[in-house]
Design a protein around this ligand. Structure first.
Ligand code: GLU
Length: 438
């Protein structure tokens, strides 16, 4: 059975970058009729916050990405300790004593000498006596001893990959204060939960190489890996600088629709065109990880606007009943009102602006040169109630009386009644304008 997981650290909210990770893993699981796990990588007790856990769940729920179960790494520290001991017993986990400052110095020296900054395994050479001596004054951390050989996998997006173990620092699995690091926890979880596919950002490629060796050392089955490209801003700039702006909850607050976000993210960076889908099922149907490319993917938040408008326009009056009722649109008016404005509203909430116009009217916008014309035209306005024919009849009469036609006829009249240059089809709108011409 296909089992995937989305594994955010609850140290922040979901943003457009990790939303892609969530979505891909979700779609792989659902497409295969498998299972999707929400795994909270909360081994850092200082930075992990309940408020972010709640936020992540709220955001996934808003998107409709339902998880089959939730797991928390903080509940599994005993398991990680057990795995660490297994690795120690095998001679694959060794104690290290360098301070961050010392490590930094080593790295700088290596770089100065033109060498890759790979940890030199000094601590591996320490005798038991030396270690005992060091323990008296220093905290120790623990590193996994990589096998210095090629680590190979066929990546679902990047294709065949090979990273030599000798080019990577032995990863730290346990920090000086005893905290298990992500790599240790993630590997144990992936093994224990039977994860079959892992999709994550291209920034994890090196982690994948080290994790493959740890999984093998612990006797686990290596999942299929795929690394999606990282998103950049529209000009190719790092997106991280703008993450604050691009948190999912901010998009939600701006009225962006989940289906707009999902439709965009499910195809961005693939060879498939981006088009608005009406359901997650439709997105899943067309999803194929092999269509995604390795190059950094440009993301422009502005692209979500038109998709949102298109989605909103596709909603039925039944879909909108709660919002329309909240805005005060009477039930019997809702179908005509929605029919009139659906194509002219950027977000659901923006619909309120049109109801305000219908219910309360708007200050006329009349250019000086149109003043006389508009005054004349208003004297010809038919009595209420107005119908779908009123606009045509009225503008016809005004045309005959004044000789104006085309834009010069219609635009001043629209602006006089609505105060705006753009808006819904006036034939549909006029019957709804309760105040105009009264
Ligand atoms: N918590 C990790 C992250 O958010 C998970 C990476 C993974 O999928 O293994 O980067």
């Amino acid at each position: 059975m296909t089992i995937t997981r989305f594994a955010p650290s609850p140290t922040g909210y979901i943003h457009v970058g990790n939303l892609r990770t969530a979505l891909f893993n979700y779609m792989i699981a659902r497409k295969a009729g498998g299972s999707f796990i929400l795994r909270l990588d909360d081994t850092d007790p200082v930075r992990s916050k309940q408020e972010y856990i709640d936020g992540i769940m709220e955001d996934l729920t808003w998107l409709g990405l339902k998880w089959d179960r939730v797991e928390k790494q903080s509940n599994r520290l005993d398991r990680y300790e057990e795995a660490a001991q297994t690795l120690r017993d095998m001679g694959r986990l060794y104690e290290c004593f360098e301070t961050p400052v010392e490590l930094d110095l080593k790295r700088k020296k290596q770089l100065n000498m033109g060498k890759p900054p790979v940890y030199d395994r000094s601590s591996l050479k320490l005798s038991e006596e030396e270690k005992a001596e060091l323990r008296k004054t220093r905290e120790s951390h623990w590193r996994f001893r990589l096998d210095w050989k090629p680590i190979e996998w066929t990546d679902g997006i990047l294709g065949d990959r090979s990273i030599d173990g000798s080019t990577v620092s032995d990863p730290v699995l346990i920090k000086g204060d005893g905290q298990f690091l992500y790599t240790m926890a993630s590997v144990c979880d992936d093994i224990d939960y039977g994860i079959t596919h892992v999709v994550r950002g291209a920034d994890h490629v090196t982690n994948t190489a080290t994790q493959i060796q740890i999984i093998q050392a612990l006797g686990g089955t290596v999942p299929a890996f795929a690394h999606h490209s990282l998103l950049t801003g529209p000009q190719g700039e790092a997106l991280s600088k703008r993450l604050g702006v691009l948190a999912l909850r901010d998009l939600r607050a701006q009225g962006i629709e989940p289906m707009a976000v999902l439709s965009h993210m499910a195809r961005l960076g693939s060879t498939e065109p981006i088009e608005l889908c009406s359901s997650l099922d439709q997105l899943i149907e067309g999803f194929d990880i092999a269509t995604f490319g390795a190059a950094p993917t440009k993301f422009d938040v502005e692209d979500l606007g038109p998709l949102t408008a298109k989605y909103v326009a596709s909603l039925s009056v039944e879909d909108m009943v709660d919002q329309l009722t909240d805005m005060g649109v009477p039930a019997d008016v809702q179908p005509d009102f929605w029919n009139a404005v659906r194509e002219n509203t950027a977000t659901r909430a923006e619909t309120a602006k049109w109801w305000d116009l219908c219910a309360n009217g708007a200050a006329p916008d009349v250019a000086d040169e149109d003043k006389a014309f508009v005054d004349t035209a208003l004297t010809m306005l038919p009595e209420h109630p107005w119908t779908n024919e009123t606009w045509k009849a009225w503008t016809g009469t005004v045309k005959d009386a004044t000789g104006r036609k085309g834009r010069g006829l219609f635009m001043p009249l629209r602006k006089a009644l609505t105060g705006m240059e753009h808006g819904p089809d006036m034939s549909k709108l006029m019957p709804l304008l309760q105040k105009a011409g009264v």
